[in-house]
Design a protein around this ligand. Structure first.
Ligand code: DQA
Length: 145
């Protein structure tokens, strides 16, 4: 059976395409989803791609991933820098986690330099735009082999 990857996108990522394009580019989340689907097909992965503006909903989805997914790719967006709850949920899920950011968070405001997710991630990719999602899927596919 194909390995299943849960792809989670945090708050405001539904606005991609119109939100601060100088930072996040002109691609929409739908464009990223389409690119991820094509990459997953090439890698033989099953994808479940979601976005939420609500911390609790993301926590619930991470809890449900246990037993339903083999890995998690997450762009926690602003919750990266604030959410102990998402950190705890990812730790409890006990699955390989790839953390992705479109922008290079280390080049931006100081409050973006720390992520609560990074310490529970298998790997972190930032600054490569939507290519980061593709690279993360490739890394997870390797890890799950
Ligand atoms: C982001 C970076 C975060 O600091 C920010 O809050 C986001 C998007 C990124 O993909 O670059 O919403 O995760």
């Amino acid at each position: 059976m194909a390995n299943r990857v849960l792809v989670l996108n945090g708050p405001n990522l539904n606005l991609l395409g119109t939100r601060e394009p100088q930072t996040y580019g002109f691609e929409t989340l739908k464009d990223i989803q389409t690119m991820c689907a094509a990459t997953a097909e090439m890698l033989g992965l099953d994808l479940d791609f979601r976005q939420s503006n609500h911390e609790g909903e993301l926590v619930t989805w991470i809890q449900e991933a246990r037993g339903m997914a083999d890995a998690i790719l997450i762009n926690p967006a602003a919750y990266s820098h604030t959410s102990v709850a998402i950190h705890d949920a990812l730790r409890a899920a006990d699955l390989p986690v790839a953390e992705v950011h479109l922008s290079n968070i280390h080049q931006r405001e100081a409050f973006r330099h720390h992520s609560y997710v990074s310490s529970v991630a298998y790997g972190v990719i930032c600054g490569f735009g939507s290519l980061g999602y593709k690279l993360a899927l490739e890394a997870l596919a390797q890890k799950l082999k």
